[in-house]
Design a protein around this ligand. Structure first.
Ligand code: NDP
Length: 310
């Protein structure tokens, strides 16, 4: 067990974490990152990123994560691809527990992101990234003039459906009930769109596919179990995200959905603990906004350390 006290430990390795690492390294804070077993975050699941400025021909998610990682490492970010099991923020230096080892740090930046919730319907795992997506902004343009499904009855589903009308010839929204979490304005907008059909009481029983990818789904009416088949080459699951904050065990204030609440700029309810990216972001959820927040968190952290150095 080392009693070395790091200046800053970064937990999580998506665009927010790597950008925080880059800035903290360039500020000579010698940051240590725990990137998780599946380092890179959500973008490791994305095929093409076409909306990140600076890549005129687009870039694959994994390639961009590799670039961010290499860039941060060049300036001295030290990365361990391990999961943080728990933390103790009750006193400083803070304690971070990783695979039975304890690490000490004067400051912590949390950038563990959020993961989309999947339906886990039959045949879903095999079709992930092969027609079934959880991000219309990322993958919608691949379905030009094709018929797609959107699953969910909240604002995300309505927003995804409306966005997808730019590309798809038809968008069918499937929701398991006939009451909606979506706001009236967004539901009305979807209902009024000539390309969108909204169908309540329909849930996915089985995804259908052939060698080329998704072909449709068998739908079930939860009221009586009756089934029908629907054709589609793309499907977008929009039933919510869950932030990855379980390892914090409530030591940092979160909202009802588990998203970390920022108190002063990027600082959390615990002084010296900062958060950036999807783990705080209930609104934008983009790689570029996460990267921007990672930069902000590193700058806030550097200033806080300067003011609070012993
Ligand atoms: P919500 O929790 O609001 O809605 C999730 C939807 O998915 C619900 O209709 C729910 O159905 C359905 N659902 C959940 N689990 C399943 C399942 N296993 N099978 C089938 N359906 C399921 O999440 P959102 O992501 O839509 O929104 C999250 C927050 O973000 C909200 O506060 C929302 O207002 C906000 N937001 C705002 C936007 C905007 O204003 N532009 C855009 C996007 C989100 P049921 O109702 O039956 O539980």
């Amino acid at each position: 067990m080392s009693d070395e006290v790091h200046e800053v430990i970064i937990i999580g390795s998506g665009p927010a974490g790597y950008t925080a690492g880059l800035y903290a390294a360039r500020a000579m804070l010698e940051p240590l990152m725990f990137g998780g077993y599946m380092s890179g975050g959500q973008l490791m699941l994305t095929s093409d990123i076409e909306n990140f400025p600076g890549y005129p021909k687009g870039v694959s998610g994994p390639e961009m994560m590799l670039h961010l990682r290499e860039q941060a490492e060049r300036f001295g970010l030290s990365i361990q691809d391990k999961n943080v099991e728990r933390v103790d923020f009750s006193e400083r230096p803070f304690k971070v527990f990783v695979e039975g080892e304890q690490f000490l740090s004067n400051a912590v930046i949390i950038s563990t992101g959020a993961e989309a919730i999947w339906l886990d319907a039959e045949n879903e795992k095999a079709q992930k990234g092969r027609g079934i997506s959880t991000c219309a902004t990322c993958d919608g343009a691949f379905f030009r003039d094709e018929e797609v499904l959107v699953i969910g009855g909240g604002d995300s589903a309505m927003e995804e459906a409306t966005f997808l009308t730019r590309f798809a010839s038809k968008v069918t929204v499937l929701h398991r009930r006939d009451t909606w979490k979506a706001s009236k304005v967004m539901l009305d907008r979807a209902n009024a769109h000539p390309k969108i059909e909204v169908r309540p009481f329909r849930q996915i029983k089985t995804w259908l596919s052939d060698d080329n990818g998704l072909t449709g789904a068998i739908l079930e009416d939860p009221r009586d179990g009756s089934t029908e088949e629907i054709s589609a080459t793309g499907a977008f699951i929009a039933i919510g995200h869950k932030p990855i904050t379980g390892f914090l065990e409530g030591q940092v204030e979160t909202d009802d959905h588990g998203y970390i609440i920022s108190k002063e700029f990027t600082m959390t309810s615990v002084e010296g603990v900062f958060a950036a990216g999807d783990v705080v972001d209930t609104r934008y959820k983009q790689a570029i906004t996460a990267a921007g927040m990672g930069c902000q968190a590193a700058i806030d952290c550097e200033r806080w350390l300067e003011e609070n150095s012993h």
